[in-house]
Design a protein around this ligand. Structure first.
Ligand code: 13P
Length: 289
């Protein structure tokens, strides 16, 4: 059964490790993440962006697929199904479809409007026993080939949003989605520290987990980060393994064109990437704590 992310993140914050949010893109992705979490006894959050939601035929399809897998694969570790960077409408659609967690990204609104909309969604999620993530300070990334720099959130605004009763808070600390440019300035630990001082026990979320050096990840966890989002890294690993298979001509040998064979190296590459993230984030074995 899907669970809210609230308890797993509170435990992670208290235990000084982070739970991975791995974004899913299709059936193979979902199966790879769930099996790895089960094998390593790690809690996990399956992230679904609105774009991936459309690609996978809508939120109801995803809820059906994930619930089916939890049962058929006999998954016993805590799993949350979470909307990533949700709009106000997307958040409501996921609540109705049976997700166990949502992110409402109101970072592009004025702080007043972000507060108003977050507050309304917090009340709905509380009533349904779901977790909710809010965001302050937009997280940059590549858009139309231009890489925007990650903003740093205002710690006072973070405190205002945290006080609305959200389960976790994403705050921009110079992180960006996708690959980091060579001249990236790194994470702003000063900002993170100031946010954690003001928000206390609130589990903080680090987006853009792909390509952040291990020492920076570990320092961020020591300063209150309890959830780290990873998407691009699994995509890169999947693509590289699939490319290798095709370039070796394996799709042309025997029944190598069968999707069950063709997609197998990519599937294994996702599993290996997820395992590495669990190791770095310190969540292995924490499903049973
Ligand atoms: P990356 O694609 O950079 O790993 O970021 C994922 C993310 O933050 C999803 O919200």
């Amino acid at each position: 059964m899907l669970v809210s992310a609230k308890e797993m993140l509170q435990k992670a914050k208290a235990g000084h490790y982070a739970v991975a949010q791995i974004n899913i893109n299709n059936l193979e992705w979902t199966k790879a993440v769930l099996l790895t979490a089960e094998e390593l006894r790690s809690p996990v959050i399956l992230g679904v962006s609105e774009g991936a939601g459309k690609y996978m035929c809508g939120y109801k399809t995803i809820v059906g697929m994930v619930n089916g897998m939890l049962e058929e694969l006999k998954i016993t570790v805590p799993v949350a199904l979470h909307l990533d960077h949700g709009s106000y409408e997307g958040a409501k659609a996921c609540i109705a479809a049976g997700f166990s967690s949502i992110m409402f990204d109101g970072s592009h609104f004025s702080i007043e409007e972000n507060i108003e909309k977050t507050k309304e969604l917090v009340a709905i999620c509380n009533e349904k026993g779901m977790s909710i993530e809010a965001e302050v300070g937009a997280i940059g990334g590549e858009e139309d080939g231009v890489i925007g720099t990650g903003e740093c959130a205002d710690p006072d605004e973070c405190k205002m949003i945290a006080d609305l009763g959200v389960s976790m808070l994403a705050a921009g600390i110079g992180n960006i989605h996708g690959k980091y440019p060579a001249n990236w300035a790194g994470l702003s630990f000063e900002t993170l520290d100031a946010i954690q001082q003001l928000t206390g026990d609130m589990p903080l979320v680090l987006h853009g987990g792909t390509g952040i050096p291990t020492e920076m990840i570990q320092k961020a966890i020591s300063l209150g980060v309890a959830k780290i989002n990873v998407n691009t890294e699994c995509q890169l690993a999947f693509a590289a393994a699939t490319r290798e298979y095709i370039e070796a001509g394996k799709d042309q040998q025997g029944k190598g064109y069968d999707p069950r064979k063709l997609l197998a190296p990519g599937f294994e590459a996702i599993k290996a990437t997820v395992k590495e993230k669990f190791e770095i984030f310190g969540s292995i074995g924490k499903a049973d704590c």
